[in-house]
Write a protein that binds this ligand. Structure first.
Ligand SMILES: [Zn+2]
Length: 488
């Protein structure tokens, strides 16, 4: 177990839209609502109009079973949908069709786990359950939620299939929570049922408690970029309260991304407030062994498996392979490069260091950048062919990421070609030597002064001089000067 000096316990409830589905969970409206005119992708079922009846999307069950298998869960053979009753403007029926684990209800799957890895340490995080439910509509607030003068409602999202994954409170830091979400996202993306780059496709609620404190729920965390911030804020807030000797209230708080604080929404409601009962409009679902076996047989390669393959096939260290498979897009990018370049380790080195650092610092994902496998490999080839130095390549990389230009084009436009013209370099050596008489004097007996002169020459050329040639020419010049002196 990880050290956990504050007794921090974090559990996550992750809602992921099954974005690969063509239609919503209980009607035939398209599930791709993004960018559409508000309230244009709706029908009587997802608007909850009287007399409309839900019909279950069978593909959603198949996708959910895939997720359950990938998360090592026990799949329920029989289950019901339940109504969760509550009033909220984004919920036109006044109930949400979901699954329940009490009152005769069983979720789609239970008792699973996944492994997260942080700084070389592996940790098992238990998954208590997975179930399907419908997404509510979308409320559009004007400014911060607690200051919005009015709110707009868009029902296009209403009825989109959500997979809810609930973990046990096994995480002990905000960082582990982020790694868990990243891992879950990578697994679902490898299954081909989810695209995490879509805005709002993965949302999570977190419950968090400190040793001796009460459990507080934080809602509205929109991505794994936000989860670390929201939880860090909550830890500081709860610690501050406890240090004053006050008891932390059991409540639900809302993460405000803009102000980067959590604000109190309501004291935590009790489960009985929702009056769960079985949805009478949907028949019980029975999953046969054959169906589950059929899904199992079609399961694609998952991140852990892919990591081991990267180690075996490409000779990558475990850490590097783990980072690359933490995102399906990143892993795909690497493999595309490896198809067209002979040294996979070199590609991995470039991705692990300069490429990922740049993306991380600029809060970009690989698919949001303009670099392609062909362009990264093109850049690496320019170094190998001696056209540019590795140092120059590092300065070109961000330009490729931002503009999508060809590396060779950037080199030519910016005059970055390596200088291997002896005449030109000798002229520059004249300049360097006349500007540094003391170093020239010292260079006859001091190797440090020789290197200093070579360094000055490289500086004159903006790092573009062929380093081997620069080295040779400076040494040759010193040698000639020495001979001249002896002759005098
Ligand atoms: Zn509909």
């Amino acid at each position: 177990m990880m050290t956990n000096k504050n007794g921090v316990r974090i559990g996550l409830e992750v809602h992921t839209q099954l974005t690969s589905l063509k239609t919503k969970l209980f009607c035939s409206c398209p599930s791709d609502y993004r960018g559409k005119e508000p309230n244009s992708v709706v029908c009587p079922v997802c608007l909850g109009l009287p007399g409309s009846l839900p019909v279950l999307n069978g593909k959603a069950i198949e996708y959910a079973v895939m997720a359950a298998l990938a998360l090592n869960c026990k799949i329920s053979e029989q289950m019901l949908f339940f109504r969760k009753n509550y009033y909220y403007p984004d919920l036109p029926k006044n109930f949400q069709i979901t699954q329940y684990d009490k009152a005769g209800g069983v979720p789609l799957a239970t008792n699973g786990y996944l492994y997260i890895e942080d700084r070389g340490k592996r940790k098992k995080v238990r998954i208590s359950r997975i179930h399907l439910e419908e997404d509510p509509g979308r409320l559009v607030h004007i400014g911060p939620i607690d200051q919005s003068p009015y709110t707009l409602v868009d029902y296009n999202r209403s009825g989109v299939a959500l997979l809810e994954t609930v973990s046990e409170p096994d995480m002990s830091s905000p960082r582990e929570a982020r790694i868990f979400l990243q891992k879950l996202r990578s697994i679902l993306e490898h299954l081909g049922i989810f695209d995490g780059s879509l805005e709002g496709a993965m949302r999570c609620d977190a419950n968090i408690s400190l040793a001796g404190g009460t459990r507080v729920e934080v809602k509205n965390i929109s991505s794994f970029k936000e989860v670390e911030r929201a939880l860090s804020f909550e830890i500081t807030r709860q610690k501050g309260i406890m240090e004053k000797g006050i008891i932390v209230k059991r409540e639900t708080r809302h993460w405000d991304e803009v102000r980067r604080i959590t604000v109190s929404l309501r004291t935590k409601e009790e489960e009985q407030d929702y009056r769960y009962f079985p949805e009478p409009d949907l028949p019980p679902i029975v999953l046969s062994k054959e169906f589950i076996e059929g899904v199992k047989a079609k399961m694609p390669e998952l991140p852990d498996e892919r990591m081991r393959r990267f180690m075996a096939q490409y000779g990558l260290p475990r850490y590097d392979a783990g980072v690359l498979v933490s995102s399906k897009q990143l892993a795909d990018f690497f493999e595309e490069c490896a198809k067209i370049y002979e040294d996979p380790k070199e590609i991995s080195n470039w991705m692990m260091s300069d490429l990922l650092r740049y993306l991380y610092e600029n809060n970009l994902e690989i698919q949001e950048s303009k670099i392609t496998p062909e362009k990264l490999v093109g850049l690496i080839r320019l170094i190998r062919e001696g056209v540019i130095s590795g140092k120059i390549a590092k300065t070109i990389l961000p330009k490729i990421i931002l503009t999508g230009k060809n590396p060779r084009e950037i080199v030519e436009e910016e005059g970055l070609l390596r200088i291997d013209d002896s005449n030109l370099l000798n002229n520059l050596i004249d300049k360097v030597f006349s500007e540094n008489p003391k170093a020239v004097e010292d260079s006859f007996k001091d190797e440090k002064a020789v290197n200093y002169l070579i360094g000055q020459l490289m500086k004159e050329t903006g790092g573009r001089a062929d380093p081997i040639l620069a080295n040779q020419l400076v040494r040759k010049r010193i040698h000639l000067l020495k001979l001249e002196r002896m002759g005098n």
